[in-house]
Design a protein around this ligand. Sequence first.
Ligand SMILES: [Zn+2]
Length: 337
Amino acid sequence: MKKKDFTFLVLIFFMCVIIVGIPAFAVRSCGVSGEKVSGPEKKNQVKKEGEMTVRVFINSKNRIEEMLLDDYVKGVVAAEMPANFNIEALKAQSVAARTYAVKRMIKFGGSGCCLHPGADICDDPTHCQGYITRAEMIKKWGIFAFYHFYSKLSQAVNSTKGLVILYNGKPIDPLFHSTSGGRTENSEDVWGNYIPYLRSVASPGEEESPKFISVKSVPLSEFIVKLREKWPDVVIDPKNPEKQMEILERSSGGRIKKIKIGNIVAKGSDLRELFELNSANFTWKRERDEIKFTVLGYGHGVGMSQYGANYMAKKGANFIDILKHYYTGVVVQKFYE
Ligand SMILES: [Zn+2]
């Protein structure tokens, strides 16, 4: 090889190092690559003297992890509420998440998570409440938004430290949902049991929720098959089922409590489940060979509406105003230092 060629190759080599190597190193040092966000994760496990800890069952790892209560609360708020919401809404969600944990915590006489003995709580949102780690937050938001959102979450959690929601001196079950559809529900209308602080209240401003109104079309044949699977004794003419359905009772929040379908009477929540509707607050009409449902709101509608909370916050309400609006007759107090 000529000396000139060799010099040229050396030059190319260094250019490659600069073009490929440096960005690769920079990306790795940002810790974007999945699980390897060891810095903040490790901090999680350092217990400070006198700090409250909670034992959380992590389903993906199939084990219990003990962590600082407020680190847990940050992971819950990140999992359960959009991080771009107003800070006062995030504070309200932080206090609700902390209250839920305290109510379950065995050290305060709670029952723990009944599915996982020894754990106070689990990270399954359908059983206890959702929770994500910092690494999962980075995956969810991306590295740059992570720093912004994490500091916002920390502000929401740290500024409400120790605060929980009490009714008659005891932590409440702080139920919440995405979007009520304009008015929340009484607990007994949804689950049958009367809970004094879970009352139906107005929830304005939810129109900005992407789930405020949704439409679901079900082909006529599928509609009939599913009805007959669920209620084998149903008598309904498959030519025009839409005309053989009648709403018998709606709840104060607008969800259907009782609906007549042919010769049977069903619950609105049964139809919601059967046709995977966003809520039991719906109407229907026939469009060609389909039954088209128009659905208002998303979720069970009991307790705090997250989009309603965000609207209140943007209108100037603070987190205590929000919590007292959605949970009737409660106080927000320090439960521990
Ligand atoms: Zn659980």
